[in-house]
Design a protein around this ligand. Structure first.
Ligand code: 13P
Length: 338
């Protein structure tokens, strides 16, 4: 492992004013998104949609540091035969790859899951590196509900995240470590804080046991937010203050950067929360790591709607994508205003 090179990539992923486009929806998930806009999900429509984003010049050059791809996409060519990976590289952005294989029920833990995909991961990482991937993503999912999460679910998922991260670094690929505490429940922000704190502490403990170099990774956490069905909502400032406090308590300063998931927040909430956190203090005002975005839905809902599968709408789709990318770029510097 060359840690200096891993650190250079990790820092580029969270460079000031830039963040990550999570375009790694599985075929099942992208079908759900396309269903909403009335587009049939085929290999070609998925390609056309993603090509549209990767050819958005301003967004890709100025606001997007890296793109997380799904296995299908990393091998696809644009309509003119250019590999999609090359389009990303030509824009000065870094190609990345989702390497987990989704979740399965965790035995003896009703309602909880374990993320799978460790078998043969070393071989897959070597192939992805050859194809141009310089970072990877693995998402662990922790749900909050009656009697959950269990320690078993938190521990096994943290263990798997660390196994994945160690394998990535061995393959000279920067791991995005993503322990996502879902915002689906009726819990309040303080319960989310408490669970996320436990999950992050356990994750960093496992990363330490498995000798993962923190300088060569990026953390992708959820923010501290109230559950979607909570009777008690939390305002922008409360989310920002509690999330910053939480991260300060849990994330070692050796980690180069933190790139949040949007997790089902509205586009504007995801931007407002990131902005408020960076107004409290980003790299420039006392926090040891950059705070930026690694959004899927909050970057793509608008362009999906504007595009709606029609070639005539490509420019409109690109404009919508560029707008959201620019707003989140401003938010990553604490310079956004509504
Ligand atoms: P969302 O921003 O839509 O949560 O997606 C980010 C992601 O990569 C989840 O794994």
């Amino acid at each position: 492992m060359n840690l200096a090179d891993l650190n250079t990539i990790a820092r580029a992923m969270v460079a000031p004013g830039k963040g990550i486009l999570a375009a790694d929806e599985s075929s099942g998930t992208i079908k759900k998104r396309f269903d909403v806009i009335g587009v049939e999900s085929t290999e070609t429509s998925r390609r056309d949609y993603r090509e549209m984003m990767f050819r958005s010049k301003e967004a890709m050059n100025d606001y997007i540091s890296g793109v997380i791809l799904y296995d299908e996409t990393i091998w696809q060519n644009a309509a003119d035969g250019t590999p999609l990976v090359k389009l990303i590289e030509q824009a000065g952005s870094i190609p990345g790859i989702k390497v987990d294989e989704g979740t399965q029920p965790l035995p003896n833990c009703p309602g909880e899951t374990i993320t799978v995909g460790l078998d043969k991961l070393a071989e897959r990482l070597a192939k992805y590196y050859k194809q141009g991937a310089r970072f990877a993503k693995w998402r662990a999912v922790i749900d909050i509900g009656a009697g959950i999460p269990s320690y078993a679910a938190i521990h096994t998922n943290a263990h798997a995240l660390a196994r994945y991260a160690a394998l990535c670094q061995q393959a000279q690929i920067v791991p995005i470590v993503e322990p996502e505490v879902l915002m689906d429940g009726d819990h309040d922000i303080d319960r989310c804080y408490e669970v996320t704190e436990f999950v992050l502490k356990e994750t960093f403990q496992e990363l330490y046991y498995q000798k993962v170099a923190l300088e060569g990774m990026v953390l992708k956490p959820n923010m501290a937010v109230a559950g979607k069905k909570s009777a008690k909502s939390a305002g922008v400032q409360e989310v920002a203050e509690k999330t910053v406090k939480l991260l300060k308590a849990c994330v070692p300063s050796a980690v180069p950067g933190i790139a949040f998931l949007s997790g089902g927040q509205s586009d504007e909430d995801a931007t407002a929360h990131l902005d408020a956190m960076n107004k409290i203090g980003g790299l420039t005002s006392g926090l040891p790591w950059g705070l930026t975005f690694s959004y899927g839905r909050a970057l793509q809902a608008a362009p999906q709607k504007a595009w709606s599968g029609k070639a005539d709408n490509v420019a409109a789709g690109q404009a919508a994508f560029t707008h959201r990318a620019k707003m989140n770029s401003l938010a990553s510097k604490g310079e956004w205003s509504s």
